[in-house]
Design a protein around this ligand. Sequence first.
Ligand SMILES: [Zn+2]
Length: 142
Amino acid sequence: MSRKPRKPRRSREDMTTRSQVNRDMNPATFTLRRKVISIIFEAKNLLREQNVEMDRVDIRITDSKEHQTLGVARMNDRIMWIPADSITNLTGLELRHVVFHELCHALFGTKHDELCMLMSRVLRKTTRKDQNNAFLTNAIIR
Ligand SMILES: [Zn+2]
């Protein structure tokens, strides 16, 4: 998922995880990762309310070579890369949006959909409720 582009945008499809350099796991990185994990627990709890057990997802905290990149995930492969800048610069609600978006890719193989508030390529303004509804929809229709 990306920021609104200033120049012609590169889609996620021509972006690889080579644009992401994993940070070493030191205390500062753990602190950043904990913020992502707490959002993942919210997603896990949403699914648990539906009697669905969510798979474990690996999280790498990165330095992104492409500053507009907010998060990357590998389809159906339960791994996501979140740039440290996303964690420090986005609002809590925006970061939650990015993590829920990447979770849909990583867990359910959800593709981009410009008609979906959560799954459009570019970060949109959403509420917690929008995020929850879109996440649950993607979890159930996969
Ligand atoms: Zn995406």
